[in-house]
Design a protein around this ligand. Structure first.
Ligand code: FES
Length: 173
């Protein structure tokens, strides 16, 4: 079946066209809408978005693979991104990852069998001075310790937002 944006996304996209007259500038919001509609940005979805905006599919793929909040692979309902860049690695992001792996019974890059949680390595999350940095569903958790992992998993399993986050790196909790 041919892909099509939901009515809501179509409306949002049409509204944004006047705000972002250059199709290249519209690419990120269009990919976010597509991800929301289709779950992840498969090659077929990238082709669809690229055709919509009349940009090369390679441009859409370049953007989709650059930003860690755009997913080209299937993922769980919640995504735990752990920074592995040097400052966070030195601050202990490896220990955080190991604890999550142990609690969830999966390895980095995998999703729990119930589809609830995906664990991913990412590069710098822009919290280098307060590592290890973890991002859970677009929220930032700085100076994260392995002892916090259990509470995060329990909160996500209960359908709650794990406490202690900021909306932006270095922001107010
Ligand atoms: S190195 Fe981890 S946030 Fe920058």
């Amino acid at each position: 079946m041919a892909l099509a944006f939901s009515e809501e996304s179509r409306r949002a996209l049409d509204e944004m066209r006047s705000e972002f007259p250059d199709p290249g500038s519209l690419l990120i919001p269009a990919l976010q809408l597509a991800q929301s509609d289709f779950g992840h940005l498969s090659y077929e979805v990238l082709q669809y978005v690229a055709a919509e905006l009349e940009v090369p599919v390679s441009t859409a793929a370049g953007v989709a693979t650059f930003y860690h909040n755009l997913f080209t692979q299937e993922h769980g309902r919640h995504v735990i991104n752990i920074c592995r860049t040097l400052p966070c690695a030195l601050a202990g992001s490896g220990e955080v990852a190991s604890r999550f792996e142990e609690l969830l019974g999966i390895r980095m890059g995998e999703t729990t069998p119930d589809g609830l949680i995906t664990l991913r390595w990412v590069e710098c999350l822009a919290c280098c001075g307060t590592g290890p940095a973890v991002q859970i569903d677009f929220r930032y958790y700085e100076a994260f310790s392995p002892e916090q992992c259990e509470g995060v998993v329990a909160a996500l399993r209960a359908g709650e937002i794990p406490p202690g986050y900021t909306a932006v790196p270095g922001g107010e909790p």
